[in-house]
Ligand binder design. Structure first.
Ligand SMILES: Nc1ncnc2c1ncn2[C@@H]1O[C@H](COP(=O)(O)OP(=O)(O)OP(=O)(O)O)[C@@H](O)[C@H]1O
Ligand SMILES: O=P(O)(O)OC[C@H]1O[C@H](OP(=O)(O)O)[C@H](O)[C@@H]1O
Length: 181
């Protein structure tokens, strides 16, 4: 059975990764997000994710329950192996990944597309502040984080998300069209 492609949505904090993923799924319910396990503290909400303590996360890791894991912003993130089942029935599966794990992700997933979202730094700062999910100190740390995309990825598409979400979704769907079969 052929597996649906995995589409990584990446970019700096506040660029709109979660918003773009939700808008893509709203436009085409067969493009489905993978649920991440995150050691995010109680009280910090976000997308639909599985909250774990650090020891719960470590135990899941030891049991081989993650196909991919990484750390960023003082948190641990894991993509459960169940993403394989999702790939059996979806048209495409979306994952919100760190740019630091893209090579590992390409090796793990095979059929893999990276959507690299960009936005003006002022737009990023306003969005992270307005969202208010983190403390001002943590917001500042997020905005100061600088990560570049690794070299040698097979398929990377850069898309600007300064404008309306609908336009970003159109741009992504236009890029995906040739590989959707
Ligand atoms: N195209 C857009 N136009 C206006 N607001 C947007 C747009 N995209 C995202 N936003 C807003 O920007 C804020 C940050 O978006 P979101 O949480 O999706 O970013 P993110 O990249 O997932 O950030 P983080 O990596 O910090 O989780 C949210 O409040 C969201 O509503
Ligand atoms: O800067 P890089 O390494 O690309 O991304 C780091 C992390 O930042 C975001 O975390 P969250 O979703 O805001 O908790 C991403 O999802 C990723 O896990």
């Amino acid at each position: 059975m052929s597996l649906a492609p995995v589409i990584a949505i990446v970019g700096p904090s506040g660029v709109g990764k979660d918003s773009v993923m939700a808008a893509l799924t709203a436009r085409d319910p067969n493009i489905q997000p993978a649920r991440r396990v995150i050691t995010r503290p109680e009280g910090e909400e976000g997308e639909d994710f599985v909250r774990a303590t650090v020891s719960e996360f470590d135990a899941m890791q030891d049991r081989g329950e993650f196909v991919l894991s990484w750390s960023a912003h003082g948190l641990n993130y894991g993509i459960p192996v169940a993403i394989s089942q999702q790939r059996q029935h979806a048209r495409a599966v979306l994952v919100n990944l760190s740019r630091n794990v893209l090579k590992k992700a390409e090796d793990a997933f095979g059929d893999f597309i990276v959507i690299s979202l960009t936005a003006d730094p002022k737009v990023l700062a306003d969005r992270v502040a307005d969202r208010g999910r983190e403390t001002p100190a943590d917001q500042a740390k997020r905005l100061a984080r600088f990560v570049t995309l690794p070299e040698g990825l097979t398929r990377v598409v850069e898309i600007n998300n300064d404008g309306p979400l609908d336009l970003t979704v159109d741009a992504i769907l236009a890029q995906l069209e040739p590989v959707r079969g």
